[in-house]
Design a protein around this ligand. Structure first.
Ligand code: CA
Ligand code: CA
Ligand code: CA
Ligand code: CA
Length: 231
């Protein structure tokens, strides 16, 4: 070491070409590093044979709004899925990954961490190739359970994945509204077996099953339609 200036340490070292270089780092600073990986078996851990995901963004979410803002330190993962955010003053931070369409998280998408001076915190993010549930809700005017010519799609019905199969839409359950054509789509769902349910709406009765079991595969799509009719 050549010098200590305030909280900075300055070193004299040779670079790859053998030239003298001055290097410095601040002893108040720490870092966060880790990886983003394809969690093929959905267990939340990076197992042998599971590859890194390149080019994904990791950032310090200073205002904790779930969005990378201009002043927030941001890096992208390397070809092996590795990331490192340096030069963080010691303190508490939320480190967050941005999700890429077509994947579902198998671990936390953010972590609250304490960075110490000269310390490094390691956090991994797991993601798996997801599936999609889509379909429509239609006005089954003749109550036969089938969409016949002239039976319209219905706007603003709600379909959800009833994770705990209690018949109720809970806060953590993926959901979508139907559009003006009666179509809904719930994307980025982790592959697995689910119960898809239509949320009841006052004035309507179901003319098809009120819920369906689906087995969703990686990259797969499952299509379910719900018939309802005015009481
Ligand atoms: Ca795994
Ligand atoms: Ca933010
Ligand atoms: Ca019908
Ligand atoms: Ca539920």
């Amino acid at each position: 070491m050549l010098a200590s200036i305030g909280t900075k340490l300055v070193f004299d070292a040779k670079d790859e070409s053998g030239n003298d270089q001055l290097w410095s780092f601040d002893t108040n600073f720490g870092s966060i590093s880790g990886s983003i990986f394809n969690d093929a078996n959905h267990n939340g851990a990076k197992d042998s044979g599971e590859s890194g995901l390149a080019g994904w963004r990791v950032y310090i979410d200073l205002n904790n709004d779930g969005v990378p803002n201009k002043n927030e330190p941001t890096v992208r993962t390397s070809s092996s899925g590795f990331y490192q955010i340096d030069d963080l003053p010691a303190g508490k931070y939320t480190v967050r990954q941005t999700r890429i369409s077509g994947y579902a998280a198998t671990t936390n998408e953010s972590y609250r961490v304490t960075v110490e001076a000269l310390g490094n915190v390691v956090k991994k993010f797991g993601n798996a190739i997801a599936g999609t549930v889509r379909g429509y809700v239609f006005d089954d005017t003749n109550h036969n359970g089938v969409r016949d010519t002239g039976e319209a799609g219905l706007f603003n019905f709600r379909v959800f994945i009833d994770l705990d199969n209690d018949g109720v839409l809970d806060l953590n359950e993926p959901t979508a509204h139907t559009n003006s054509a009666g179509r809904y789509e719930i994307a980025d769902v982790l592959p697995g077996d689910y119960r898809i349910r239509l949320k009841p709406k006052g004035g309507y009765v179901s003319t098809t099953q009120k819920s369906f079991g689906v087995s969703l595969s990686a990259g797969g799509t499952s299509s379910k339609r719900f018939g309802v009719a005015l009481i």
